[in-house]
Write a protein that binds this ligand. Structure first.
Ligand code: NAD
Ligand code: DAU
Length: 352
């Protein structure tokens, strides 16, 4: 194996797509997936590659210093791509502390372990921190987030991610740890946990349940196909400049209500329901506290330096996403019933 790469959070939505890409594209890399398997971690997402010779899984909670250090002792990592996080804004509003423990403390535990393992300078190593556009706060009707936009997080989730970004940069400046950060807009696609807008709405439309749109539904998000995020991570990991930040976004701004309307209309067609039927399910509900109004990313630095471009338009991506959820009802049933959480015990009991 030419390199050993740690990917944290690889049983989650984006992590599982990234692991699949890296395991298949780089057969000479050993890819180690470290994940605590919280409610958001589902090893069934990795069934396409989990027997590959260059892949291994480690059940590790990044809050646990001893477990993180033992992981770095077991493998001599050449690089880290850090995705493990508590990722859902509504959960952070209900219960912020877990976000501090995983997103801030967990990140610092990994930074310390990388620093101890690599020493000062750490030639040829890289700690890649995957972050979010939410650290920049909320935009008005115009303008974009760029890499120099001042941080202005407004939810416990975005505050915890902003804090982790600051620690990553601090380790670069203070200890010369080679780091790179990317801040990405809203991802969507297969395997997304049905607490997030798209899978929640698709599932509710399918089951003819009400569609809870927060506030006036006019909040804007910049949607990016998850596979395009993963190719950006791959390109930044291999070609990004150490110490730099890269913004990743789809130039696919849509109001929430536009997205929900599109899902309703596509599913009218695919489920053979009368035109307009699904829109009757829309219910405007109390707004999210501190709800950011608009996100939009300027990704020209990434496009200019590394030639990355999003390849999937929202129209194409929504069709692909809906088709995947319709074809994978069993996945949704196992996630909503909690059955997926038994997978680890079945697959790994007796192996440790
Ligand atoms: P997710 O919630 O689907 O997955 C998170 C994964 O992290 C899960 O597998 C979970 O088990 C694991 N995890 C949580 N706490 C852990 C801990 N203490 N120790 C080890 N593993 C733990 O999240 P996602 O949507 O795939 O996001 C992945 C990363 O990308 C996050 O850092 C998130 O902030 C960032 N991000 C997400 C989006 C998006 O739209 N989803 C956009 C930009 C950035
Ligand atoms: O911008 C990147 C971020 O995108 C990531 O860092 C987060 O991890 C990810 O969860 C996502 O955050 P959002 O809060 O934008 O995503 P969510 O799917 O929760 O909500 C999208 C929009 O839809 C938001 O304006 C709130 C609204 N919404 C959401 C849900 C779940 C609704 O109107 N109704 C809902 O039921």
């Amino acid at each position: 194996m030419s390199k050993t790469i740690l990917i944290t959070g690889g049983a989650g939505f984006i992590g599982s797509h990234l692991i699949e890409l890296m395991v298949r594209k780089y057969p000479d890399y050993r890819i180690v997936n470290a994940d605590a398997l919280t409610y958001a971690g589902n090893l069934e997402n990795l069934s396409g590659i989990d027997k590959a010779e260059n892949y291994s899984f480690e059940k590790v909670d990044i809050q646990d210093v001893a477990a993180v250090n033992a992981l770095f002792d077991k493998y001599a990592f050449d690089g880290v791509i850090h995705l493990a996080a508590e990722s859902h804004v509504d959960r952070s509003i209900e219960s912020p502390t877990e976000f501090i423990l995983t997103n801030v403390l967990g990140t610092v535990n990994l930074l310390n372990a990388a620093r101890n393992s690599w020493g000062e300078g750490a030639e040829g190593k890289l700690f890649y921190h995957v972050s979010t556009d939410e650290v920049y706060g909320s935009l008005g009707d115009t303008g974009y987030f760029h890499e120099e936009t001042p941080y202005d997080p407004r939810s416990p989730y975005s505050a915890s991610k902003a804090s982790s970004d600051h620690f990553v940069r601090a380790y670069y400046h203070t200890y010369k740890l080679p780091v790179v950060i990317s801040n990405c807009s809203n991802n969507y696609g297969p395997y997304q946990f049905p607490e997030k807008l798209l899978p929640l709405m698709i599932n509710n439309i399918k089951n003819q349940q009400s569609l809870p749109v927060y506030g006036d539904g006019q909040n804007v998000r910049d949607w990016l196909w998850v596979g395009d995020h993963c190719t950006a991570i791959d390109q930044i990991f291999h070609g990004g400049r150490v110490g730099e930040t890269y913004n990743i976004g789809g130039h696919n701004e849509r109001k929430n209500l536009e997205i929900v309307h599109a899902l309703c209309d596509i599913l009218d067609r695919k489920l053979d329901r009368p035109e307009g039927k699904n829109r009757e399910l829309i219910t405007f509900v109390t707004d999210r506290k501190g709800h950011d109004r608009r996100y939009a990313i300027d990704s020209s630095k990434l496009q200019g330096e590394l030639g990355w471009k999003p390849t999937v338009s929202v129209e194409e991506g929504l069709e692909k996403t809906i088709d995947w959820y319709l074809a994978n009802q069993e996945w949704m049933d196992r996630v909503t019933s909690g059955a997926y959480q038994g997978y680890y015990e079945r697959m790994y009991s007796g192996r440790e």
